[in-house]
Design a protein around this ligand. Structure first.
Ligand code: FES
Length: 273
């Protein structure tokens, strides 16, 4: 059992939880995730560890209520406990000094980009972060990311804050001059694919986290199966990060479509509660 220390709504349907998890807080590295089971009959969900406090023995999770389980998790209050928590899991991001790094987070992917951005900055890189949401009300972690970036660029689809457009539009504008040594992106698959195509001509090393396609992180459900350079890999076992230029994004997009119908149904159950 892991106690919830605090719960906060960062934006509509985006929740932040601080949880008691001393072992994970001590061991977790940027890019890694935990698997949570909310209650006895609940399903497993993988969530990236956004932050940690070794002294307090706590970790921070940020998630979007997109299905039955995340919806249930979002309803829990401080002092309540979750049934179980497993981790840290997944390969950690290889953090080293490479020079200029651009991190890109779209939607709830902003949460996943935060620990990696922080770590690249601490390693002595010059970091530009680009984050994007549909409108200003959906923005979160802006100040936190500003603190750990040399430059932060914000995009909103409707132009209500920052640049009008999406993160790819912003990257397109700065990329020819940015001379990045590494681009790191997390967000919807279409976004990661677009970024991958943007950086491909220059051969700029580009990493994507396939956390968004994981379902239960068991290595058995196969929902995170992905073709990397023609070889089958599992996001939850072999990743979650991969070289974007080696990922078969078309196949990935098809797989996601399969699950969206089931999630819609699950959300309806959640509303009926
Ligand atoms: S998420 Fe189920 S096998 Fe990877």
């Amino acid at each position: 059992m892991n106690k919830i220390i605090s719960r906060e709504e960062l934006a509509p349907n985006i929740k932040k939880l601080i949880l008691e998890a001393p072992f994970v807080a001590d061991k977790v590295q940027p890019g890694q995730f935990v698997v949570i089971v909310v209650d006895e009959k609940g399903e497993r969900i993988p969530l990236t560890v956004v932050d940690k406090d070794k002294k307090q023995g706590t970790i921070t999770l940020i998630f979007q209520e997109v299905g039955k389980t995340t919806c249930r998790l979002g309803q829990l209050k401080a002092t309540e406990e979750i049934h179980s928590l497993l981790g840290p899991l997944g390969k950690a991001t290889e953090i080293k000094r490479v020079g200029k790094v651009i991190t890109v987070g779209g939607g709830v992917g902003i949460a996943e980009v935060y620990p990696v951005t922080h770590a690249f900055k601490e390693a002595g890189n010059k970091v530009t972060s680009i984050i994007g949401v549909r409108n200003k009300d959906l923005l979160f972690l802006e100040q936190e990311l500003r603190k750990v970036s040399d430059e932060l660029l914000v995009a909103t689809d409707d132009g209500s804050y920052g640049h009008r457009g999406n993160v790819c539009d912003v990257l397109k504008e700065i990329f020819p001059f940015a001379k990045a040594d590494l681009v790191y992106a997390v967000g919807p698959v279409v976004m990661m694919q677009a970024i991958c195509e943007l950086t491909r001509p220059s051969g700029t090393k580009t990493l994507v986290s396939l956390n968004p396609i994981m379902v239960d992180a068991t290595g058995m459900c196969a929902s995170c199966r992905v073709s990397i350079k023609g070889e089958m890999k599992f996001g939850c076992v072999d990743g979650p990060e991969f070289d974007a230029h080696e990922v078969d994004f078309d196949q990935l997009a098809k797989r996601l479509k399969l699950f969206s119908k089931q999630e819609k149904k699950a959300m309806e159950c959640c509303k009926d509660r």
